[in-house]
Design a protein around this ligand. Sequence first.
Ligand SMILES: [Fe+2]
Ligand SMILES: [Fe+2]
Length: 335
Amino acid sequence: MREKVLFVDDSKKTIRMIREMFADENISLYFAFNVKDALQIIREHEIALVVSDNIMPGMSGVNFLSLLKSISPDTVKILMSAFANLDSALEAINTSEVYRFVLKPFKEEDMIFAVNEGLRRYQVNLDLRKENEDVLLSLAQTIELKDPSTRGHCDRVALHATRIARELGLPHNVNREIKYGSWLHDCGKIGIAENILNGNRSLTEEEFTHIKQHSEWGADVANRANLTQIVRNIVRHHHEKFDGTGYPDGLRENQIPLEARIVSVADVFDALVTDRPYRKGHSEEGAFHIMKQMRGKELDPAIVDLFFLCQTQNTEVLHHNNNPQTVHSLLHATG
Ligand SMILES: [Fe+2]
Ligand SMILES: [Fe+2]
């Protein structure tokens, strides 16, 4: 896969020069003349490396790159700076906002070298993320081992939730956190006794109260593991209901974090279509029918509508392609 590199500079001359310099390199080039356009590109694409000028109208390169730290943490940052602004460039490096800087005017080989080094660094970032992801996923799978009837549930919830998030136009790093939150939404179930979790009879009130605690137990785990706020919100609030009758906090409507409202819809759909020890799963149409009745009560109506839209689009894609390989790749394309 060709990595995506974004160059930000308000000088048309510099951008033209860079475009020619990298014409034969095996990377996808993106250009922006200001920070606003650059941020838009970063929201829409998984940018491996940003090379930014420092002195630009509106926002300095140093400030722009430090903003990127929260928006796109894996993206590697290179600052271009003229000698006169060396002090601020060095400060940016010392506070580890940027990976390296290129002195302006630069030589072609210096810029190409810096970009290639930056792309190698990006690979290291990706490898580290992959290791972290593996840990999160294996935790989610441990819970599914405890409750075999929910095997694959977390993955499917992640698939549906990230589709909704993409349809909403949320930035890709938020989508990724929603994927992690979906994997872990039920991690508190680790504290529930197996005979209650796997029972094929209806629950006593006491048992149900016990099960309901999984969202708070899970939120504790997520806090202690220092997971992001998005993941914590999903774990704690995925059983809140739009009309305020859910748990653990009885939040309603927009009080419920958006990411938790998204995962609730995905979670409910998967629970409805999956076989449980005590009942057979509903057909997709049957689940849609039930969800229409939950719309505006248990579930956020706007998110339900968006989910229906995603499902229809996806069904069209599946029918159009109609091959198992495509289905497989769709199931694993969770952003
Ligand atoms: Fe749950
Ligand atoms: Fe669930």
